[in-house]
Design a protein around this ligand. Structure first.
Ligand code: ZN
Length: 226
């Protein structure tokens, strides 16, 4: 696993928005890889919105997305980014299956990952996701730790990039020299870097975490051994 390394770093970012162009350039620059959770039904003007501060956020088109996410992993985020808690089971199944099928066709790959829209999940949602061939699905609950998890359909990232413990966790991760394998997964939406005007935070994080011989840099699937 991880070419003999005991630590791994990965990213999980949602919604397939235009800011992923800059974000993937950053990851590529530092030799890092991420998993991007996309809504196949919103890769056009209908997926755009304007924030309360007037920032226009648009989704990448299918043509752009194929180019932008080269070298990274694509995962399901449901066709239309719906609230799935309480949704009828057949509708939920379609949201997952149809997104998976459309993304597999567009990117010419096999997809086994997902992130729950709005972080909503429960036993039924996890079961249906599993039946649709999903092997891991990210929640919005931060782990604030690095221990490998067994319940991957309720997968927790280490933290969101705005977590107040981000730098403390990064230092702890870098200093770790134990025998058990550990991983760091950072999650978020790259439009947040524009909203909060903090691209410098993610640049600093990538710079700090890059170039370490004892860290494997991979997609979620590679890191989770899927
Ligand atoms: Zn989302």
């Amino acid at each position: 696993m991880w070419n003999g390394r005991k630590k791994a770093l990965t990213f999980s970012y949602d919604d397939g928005i235009a800011q992923d162009i800059r974000f993937t350039q950053l990851l590529n620059k530092y030799g890092m890889k991420g998993t991007f959770n996309l809504n196949s039904g919103l890769m056009n003007d209908s997926g755009a919105w304007t924030t309360d501060k007037g920032l226009h956020i648009r989704r990448l088109t299918p043509t752009e997305a194929v180019e932008v996410y080269k070298g990274h992993e694509i995962a399901v985020h449901c066709v239309t980014h719906p609230h799935i808690e309480g949704m009828p089971e057949d509708e939920l199944r379609r949201e997952i299956m149809d997104d998976k099928a459309a993304l597999e066709k567009l990117f010419g790959c096999h997809i086994s990952g997902m992130a729950y829209p709005y972080g909503e999940y429960n036993d039924l949602i996890m079961r249906v996701a599993g039946e649709c061939g999903i092997k891991f699905s990210r929640t919005c609950w931060d782990m604030h730790g690095f221990e490998p998890q067994s319940d991957l359909l309720a997968f927790r990232a280490t933290c969101h990039h705005r977590c107040e413990k981000l730098w403390e966790l990064a230092d702890e991760f870098l200093a770790y020299d134990g025998d058990e394998p550990i991983y760091f997964c950072l999650w978020g939406h790259s439009y947040e870097f524009d909203i909060h005007n903090n691209w410098e935070l993610i640049e600093r994080f990538c710079e700090k975490m890059s170039g370490h011989d004892d860290i494997f840099y991979g997609t979620n699937s590679e890191v989770l051994g899927i």
